[in-house]
Design a protein around this ligand. Sequence first.
Ligand code: G1P
Length: 289
Amino acid sequence: MARTVRKVVFPVAGLGTRVLPATKAMPKEMLPVVDRPLIQHAVDEAREAGITTFIFVVAPRRTIILDHFSVAPVLERVLKARRQAEELRVVRETTLPKSRIRRAVQSKPLGLGHAVWCARNHVGNDPFAVILVDDLIQSTPGCLSGMMEAYREVGGNLIAVEDVPRALVSRYGVLDVESEKGRLAKARGIVEKPKPEEAPSTLTVVGRYILQPQIFKHLARGQRGAGGEIQLTDGIAATLGEVPLHGYRFAGRRFDCGNKIGLIAANVAYGLARDDLREGLRAAIGALE
Ligand code: G1P
């Protein structure tokens, strides 16, 4: 089993219905948290974790997400001419070499498992990471870096997890925990969106995964699960016999930026974490009260 993960899959073909109308014409992954779109936060986290191949699973005809990572010659020329060195630096920082980018199309919104399956030809026979871009995790180093370290130890399938109140478990994938050691929870099962009274624990899945390619043969069956969708969780559950599964209790704070409150809270938290913005933001918030 390979212990180095170099590929990441970003399922970014969703409709973003919880933040309409902001997402009417624009994918939710392009919503900004402070001064960069959510997808850039995710790409930066992946880069820091040593990822070199970035696989975007996009909706048909959607190009804006990939545009964000390509070279912008006109903009760069203007910034250069105006001697806006700092702006030029941040723009250049967003660029990913073309050779590092892969694009897969999810033609129908059949679920997260289906989206990941759409990336199979680019993933090949390697272990790979998945980042759900609207789960923004504030932590230094990033969540995926911490997971890579844990993965080198345990291998198999590894998923970021956190405890939530039992009443909320039906929004998430939930682990059936066999044993715990430090940040790691060895799981004997995983179930998608169970009823609170039926949930095997309150340890829920957050949008960071390191997965083995064996999952694709299960996803290929196209079996529908919770909500009538092809669930990634069900694919992970199906590989349990051949691939061990661990939950990783990450350090840091998670923001669900697919909903309005989470997105606003993330903007405030990320703004307050910035030396260049903290003071001004505090004053602006204070003035509202
Ligand atoms: C997805 C996964 C779920 C996970 C959640 C985390 O659900 O299916 O297991 O807990 O992301 O955000 P969704 O939010 O797409 O319903």
